[in-house]
Design a binder for this molecule. Sequence first.
Ligand code: PXG
Ligand code: PLP
Length: 438
Amino acid sequence: MPTQANDLDAYWMPFTPNRRFKAEPRIVSRAKGMVYYTPEGREVLDATAGLWCVNAGHGRAEITRAIAAQTDELDYATNFNLGHPKAFEFASRLVNILPGDLNHVFFTNSGSESVETALKIALAYHRVRGKGTKTRLIGRERGYHGVNFGGISVGGIPKNRQYFGGLLTGVDHLPHTFDPVRNAFSRGQPAHGAELADELERIVALHDASNIAAVIVEPVAGSAGVLPPPVGYLQKLRAICDRHDILLIFDEVITGFGRLGAPFAADHFGVQPDIVTLAKGITNAAVPMGAVAVRSHVHQAFMDGADAAIELFHGYTYSGHPLACAAGLATLDIYRDEALFERAAAIAPHWEQALHGLRDAPHVVDIRNIGLMGAVELAQIPGKPGERGQAIFHRLFDDGLLVRVTGDIIALSPSLIVTEDEIDRIVAAIREGLGKIA
Ligand code: PXG
Ligand code: PLP
């Protein structure tokens, strides 16, 4: 059936209530810095950095220029059995800012692909070392690791799993760390809950370490509503993984590239993972890209132990795409030249103070923050989970503020260029909006 160019029907939108959206669409058509503009020219302050990804702010000319120049010079080349300079250059630059000996980088095109890649590397790593029984993967309740089959299997968001059948077998889950009774309104890392990491020992005892390949966690759970790890929790996970020859994977798709005021969450928490997944801020979201970084011993195991000329039978047509690499290099230049990670650290105390000022605002039952991440959790309308969340999202957008809402949680992650004045405006708008909704 022919459709109009402006018909909303043809596009099946992701993670969206399509019927509701199309009855009452909200569209942005331009962006610069901290601000989106609607087609009518109305300003919407972006408190979400797009979707946790535009860490250097929207519309960065340096990145745009780098992409344009790259299109002219080399639009595409495969990295299967061939190479182009910027992929090597970008991998080297990433390795220089990654913590410890995360010295080797595999390129993907999204966070979801990074997760699949990391899980496959973990399985193959044990196998090339002659430990092929180590196949079980351990995720965590409320974890988000993208939407592909591996990611939803180790993930712990029920709605993202329930419609899609049996998923991967051989997966187990740690309990989540959200504990409002002991930790409500914590500033930064909650004090209570490090002992939840001991559940990993229980899981190891159940399945035996000889059957477990890897543990994957977000250092700070993002999608599930910003859940910073309890003090000491990640250190315990690291120690247990070491004890049992289990790889520790940090999914840093959100926490990477300065979100916590350090280059990576691994730096912020002082815990060294074996594998890190990246995406989003890697190119300031200007071109889709993801990456998986692995430590020397992981990479070396493949170089020493692979039983075929190709050490890893895995890759995407667009792995290390020239436009993405060009965008990524320009993005790293901005992060360095404007010291944006340091800037995030410097402004985080103001963020914390301002956000916790909402404690007495209507409907607020918890506030969480770390780095430039934040969440304001609202009381559910009895019997109608998510209704209040939708109401505040619409109210705020119409009043000129974009937030991300999951269920009844307002999630916030401004670009690292955010000013104190903009933080105050974000918080004031939320207070005002909460006063207007039921
Ligand atoms: N891992 C983590 C930790 C993520 O946050 C992914 C993997 C998947 O990345 P891609 O690029 O495949 O989307 C993510 C993505 C939300 C929200 O509402 C968060 C994400 C994606 C969509 C919505 O918080 N994070
Ligand atoms: N920060 C970022 C984001 C970088 O990309 C780099 C280098 O690549 C650095 C810091 C380190 O900068 P320099 O090599 O100038 O010390």
